[in-house]
Structures are given as C-alpha cells and as structure tokens.
Ligand binder design. Sequence first.
Ligand SMILES: Cc1cc2nc3c(=O)[nH]c(=O)nc-3n(C[C@H](O)[C@H](O)[C@H](O)COP(=O)(O)O)c2cc1C
Length: 220
Amino acid sequence: MQLNMTSSMAFIANAPAEPALLLQQLLDGAQRSKSELQSMNLATLDAEFGVLNRTVLYRGLSADNCIVYITQRYTRNYKNIAANPKCGVTIYLPHVSLGQAEPPATWQVRLIGATAVELPDAELDAWWAKESLAAQIRNLIFPCGQPIDYEQQKQKHDAYLQKFLEDKQPLQRPPTYTAFKFKAQAWDFLKVGENQIADRLQYRQLATATGQWQSLHVST
Ligand SMILES: Cc1cc2nc3c(=O)[nH]c(=O)nc-3n(C[C@H](O)[C@H](O)[C@H](O)COP(=O)(O)O)c2cc1C
C-alpha cells in the first residue's frame, strides 16, 4: 500500500458570526463554470419509500438568512414536506478558494434539524420572474413524475413556445408554483483539503430574543 507520508488538520478560520454569511463566502469562493447553477441535496420523509432525497437548486437566502427552495405543489417532495416539514439539506462545494493564501478546499454545508416553512404568496412573483423561460414553461405544462408520450409532450412544448414568442406576454405564475425556506436548528460546515483531517464548525442558535448564533469546532 502506498501511504502518502503527510497529514495535517484543516482549520476553519475567521468564521463570521452568522452561518448564512459563511455560506455566502463559500458560494462566492466556489469555482464553477459561469453557467453552472448551485445545487443542493434535499431529503424528506416519504410515506411509501421512507427517506427520499433528490438534487434541487439552491435559490439564495431569504430576508432572514434561511436557504430558499422552489418546487411545485403537485410533486412528491411538496407532499412530503406538507406532511412532515422536517428536512435534511446538504450543499457540496468541491472546490472553494477563500483567498490566495489558502489552497482550494472541499466543503460540505449541512442543515441539521431543518424545518421547511412555505413562503407567503406575496413573495412568489419575485421568484417566478427570475425563472428561465424553459423553467417557466416546464412549470406550466409538464406533469411531474408521470409517464408521458415524448412526441406529444414535445408538440405541446413547441406550440406553447411559439405562442409565447408571438404574444410577447409574460407567462403567469401557476398556482402550483411555490417556495420554502429552511429554518435550521444548527448549521454544520465541514472543510477538508488534500491529505487533511477535516475541520467542522457548527453553528447553533441561542435561545435569545436576538437569535444570536454560537459556533464551535466539532471533531469529524
Ligand atoms: C440540477 C437539478 C436541479 C433541480 N432543481 C429542482 C428544484 O429546484 N426544485 C424541484 O422541485 N426539483 C428540482 N430538480 C428535480 C428533483 O431532483 C426531482 O427530480 C423532482 O423534484 C421530483 O422529485 P420528487 O418525486 O421527490 O418530488 C432538480 C434536479 C436537478 C438534477
């Protein structure tokens, strides 16, 4: 066995007072191609399959610094969350550069004890306006998780697109379109570089009126 004769301990330095600020720093330092969107993993409790996870898009932070997620009310994940709002969320960031002095590291951001809270209807138009045309059309005319006749669906799509290009009217948000934010009991940040032992920093919310966070290093 070839053993690499080096080892060190990763260290999460200069952590800000709030976990969402650290997440923002990591997203800013994440090396992605320009067109690549940030994804995250969302696990819910499903009556048929038990724990069920899937990849979804990271949409940003709410005004109160919670991670936002967008879905449709007819999906299984929406039904799961409606029945049990406790969720698991992880974001994997394989190449993060936080500054020139530091070599790129791999990070995982994990929400622990996250509860999904549906956003009020008044906030949804702003999210809908940010969707790509393809996403809006999918939201309007594609069923989720149902078998489809591909050719029929393609004709429906092409006709819808054609009408949109002729009418030049913004597409209206369907009533099934919705969004959640995740209120977490704790945020867990894991950082590791090559030949390193990972460092983890956990933020836990203190039971104070100001909602301050306490952070502590946790062994991996
Ligand atoms: C990169 C990527 C991003 C996705 N983003 C979303 C999303 O933001 N919202 C969503 O409902 N589904 C999204 N999906 C689809 C989900 O992974 C999943 O297939 C869908 O939500 C149906 O899952 P369910 O049957 O568990 O409800 C995304 C898939 C991929 C691969």
